[in-house]
Design a protein around this ligand. Structure first.
Ligand code: CU
Length: 398
């Protein structure tokens, strides 16, 4: 009867299901790691499954429970022998101090170990300001964190329950209330105002006197980015989504003469120390232009053109030397989970010298392809030498 109860028990069934699920997860994680490394060498096996960490946590909890029970048994045996029982307030006080030291070291380890995995220095002019704001906030919150944690656990230890002391009852104190309301309010106001002015400066859309941004169109669609550069005139032609066809996939308006020399590019190449204005478009769903090294992020919203102006300050080559990584590349990502192949929307961004940029741009293909010319019946749009060629061809045909 006992066995029947055991196998029909809902608790037992749930436990078995959970154990099986965890076991499968651990096995799958091991198989995935073995397949990824292509070897079964024990040092290469990576136990990265969620269940592995859940199991570790459970083992830790059980160990703490066992230590607690040992203390409890010791306490009971002391009482049975009419000896002084264990002072649990002292035990808890010491545990608090141990936790303070261990967790403090854990926080320090986390910052030093994972901190080195963070991004290299900002590669854009405004990025330096963003980093400075980030640093200021981090330092302030870190000081508050360290001071409050030390106070919390030290007070728990220092003022643990003792028969020699009577707790002081403090129902309300206006001075304390004022201090802990006003100080954070001032600090937060300063941080927010500082951030507001910096953001205003970053999103300022007007070029300063004597300065012209390099306008580049970036269009996101499922699942790629398209780049359009201005031609020799330095102006990008107008766009109109109703003109979109297979050959004119960005909907460039060729009634606007400045469109004729526009170029199509596969890579985002930027000249160093030159203000760039990215005009951001989306054709289907919301995407997001994200270039972490330049501290640039702006959503690409269908029907709502956005832009981001920034100045790259470090070339790809310089960054390779700085990071000591000869394969370093700046990257452009889509930062909105925009569909099943969202991960495909990663592109290399190259920051080069002015002369290298000029050489590169000279090699880019015109947006106005022959097929598109045919589609738009743009005979007069051809350049003079192309006209010469066509007349020669006609002559030959005759
Ligand atoms: Cu996307």
């Amino acid at each position: 009867m006992g066995f029947k109860n055991l196998i029909t028990s809902k608790k037992m069934l749930s436990l078995t299901a959970a154990a099986m699920l965890m076991g499968t997860n651990v096995l799958m994680a091991q198989t995935a790691a073995t397949t990824a490394t292509g070897t079964t060498a024990p040092e290469q096996v990576n136990w990265m499954g969620v269940s592995y960490y859940i199991l570790l946590f459970v083992i830790l909890c059980v160990s703490v429970g066992i230590v607690g029970k040992v203390f409890k048994v010791y306490d009971l045996s002391q009482q049975m022998q009419n000896k002084k029982p264990l002072n649990w307030n002292n035990v808890m006080g010491i545990v608090c101090i141990v936790f303070l030291v261990v967790a403090g070291y854990g926080a320090y380890w986390s910052i030093t170990e994972q901190g080195s995995m963070s991004l290299p220095e900002a590669a854009s002019a405004h990025g330096v300001k963003v980093d400075a704001m980030f640093m200021t906030t981090t330092v302030i919150t870190m000081i508050v964190f360290v001071v409050t944690q030390i106070c919390l656990f030290w007070f728990l230890f220092r003022y643990r329950n003792s028969p020699k002391r009577k707790a002081y009852y403090l129902p309300h104190n206006n001075t304390i209330e004022k201090i802990w309301t006003i100080i954070p309010a001032i600090v937060l106001t300063v941080l927010v105002v500082f951030g507001f002015f910096t953001w205003q400066e970053i999103t300022n859309s007007t070029d300063a006197k004597g300065e012209a941004s390099l306008n580049i169109d970036i269009t996101g669609h499922q699942f790629a980015w398209e780049f359009r550069y201005p031609g020799k005139d330095g102006v990008l032609g107008k766009k109109n989504y109703t003109l979109t066809t297979a050959n004119n996939n960005l909907g460039v308006d060729f009634k606007d003469k400045t469109s004729f020399d526009d170029l199509r590019a596969d890579t985002l190449v930027l000249p160093v120390h030159k203000m760039v204005r990215l005009n951001i478009f989306a054709q289907d769903v919301i995407h997001s232009v994200y270039m972490p090294h330049f501290r640039v992020q702006m959503n690409a919203v269908p029907g709502l053109p956005t832009f981001f102006r920034f100045t790259p300050t470090i070339t790809t080559d310089e960054m390779r030397t700085k990071t000591g990584d000869p394969k370093f590349e700046y990257l452009l990502y889509c930062n909105k989970i925009c569909g099943s192949s969202h991960y495909n929307m990663q592109r290399v961004v190259r920051v080069v010298s002015e002369s290298e940029y000029n050489q590169w741009i000279a090699r880019q293909k015109p947006y106005l392809t022959d097929a598109l010319k045919k589609e738009l019946k743009l005979a007069d749009a051809t350049t003079p030498d192309q006209k010469d060629n066509s007349s020669k061809r006609l002559a030959l045909n005759n």
